[in-house]
Design a binder for this molecule. Sequence first.
Ligand SMILES: NC(=O)c1ccc[n+]([C@@H]2O[C@H](COP(=O)([O-])OP(=O)(O)OC[C@H]3O[C@@H](n4cnc5c(N)ncnc54)[C@H](OP(=O)(O)O)[C@@H]3O)[C@@H](O)[C@H]2O)c1
Length: 297
Amino acid sequence: MTNSKTILVTGSTGQLGQSLKAIARDYPNCEVVFADRQQLDLSETHSIKDFFQQNSFDIIINCAAHTAVDKAETEVELANKINHLAVQQLANIAKQYDSKLIHISTDYVFNGKQCRPYIEADDVEPQGVYGRTKLSGEQAIQNGLKTNAIIIRTSWVYSEYGNNFVKTMLKLGKARDEINVIFDQVGTPTYAKDLAQAIMSIVQSDHFNQVSFKTDIVHFSNEGVCSWYDFSKAIFELNGIHCDVFPIETKDYPTPAKRPYYSVLNKAKIKQTYNLNIPYWKDSLRQCLIGLQDLEK
Ligand SMILES: NC(=O)c1ccc[n+]([C@@H]2O[C@H](COP(=O)([O-])OP(=O)(O)OC[C@H]3O[C@@H](n4cnc5c(N)ncnc54)[C@H](OP(=O)(O)O)[C@@H]3O)[C@@H](O)[C@H]2O)c1
């Protein structure tokens, strides 16, 4: 058991923020403070400064982000403020107050043209504003905080909370007899609760609790690989929904933001460094569907 720590979680109303809230009580040696947008608005430099003048933490877990990938194409300045400039400010604050920083980034930093799972050292080439601003956030941490920060890139996050692909499919599957889903974008879903648990394991790990460690990037998603088409088929099968799913190509479902065709993340580094066991995506999907049913009771 490590010493007691104070932890700040930003973006407490989001999928990951709420998933961390759901498991925080399992870690009695951590005093976790959850901040929503009203308490800490990451688009306002002054809000960030004021917040940290009044509060200090051993660890900052930054779950807040401008995550609306298509909207970001037109909300460029706002996305840059939240995903880049605020992250730069958080890195400076972590340095100033000697806090450790865990920041969440995305598979969308890659161009998706590769055909083997991406490792952390692979070349980045984001395809849209969201990916570009998230990459700038990563670089701000790497340049401004050379030690005591971890950047976790993740992909296709879903949960019991907020809006996500699983909840959209459940709604559509119940309302329609058939549905078209993209089959030529391939990745791995991430159950936010698994990511939350991985983050708390990192916080408890010997590596993280060294006086100082080199700032690094790691990848996390569930195990396995699927397309959005396979993902929707599994959601319907596991939930007993009778809805025909037809595979379509990305070009038949145009969106403002370009998305990577292939964004499977290689998780060898995070597993080895933090001794993690990561569940297979379909097993975690089953857990989330049970969680959703429990919430409906
Ligand atoms: N969702 C995915 O598929 C996905 C994939 C790869 C990586 N990621 C990354 O994973 C992390 C967690 O994602 P998520 O799925 O939990 O996101 P989410 O559900 O969209 O939540 C985003 C959170 O950020 C908050 N936020 C937005 N603007 C803010 C601002 N100006 N000030 C303070 N808070 C603000 C939101 O608050 P409100 O509720 O008030 O809007 C919300 O709490 C993010 O860094 C994201 O980039 C997500």
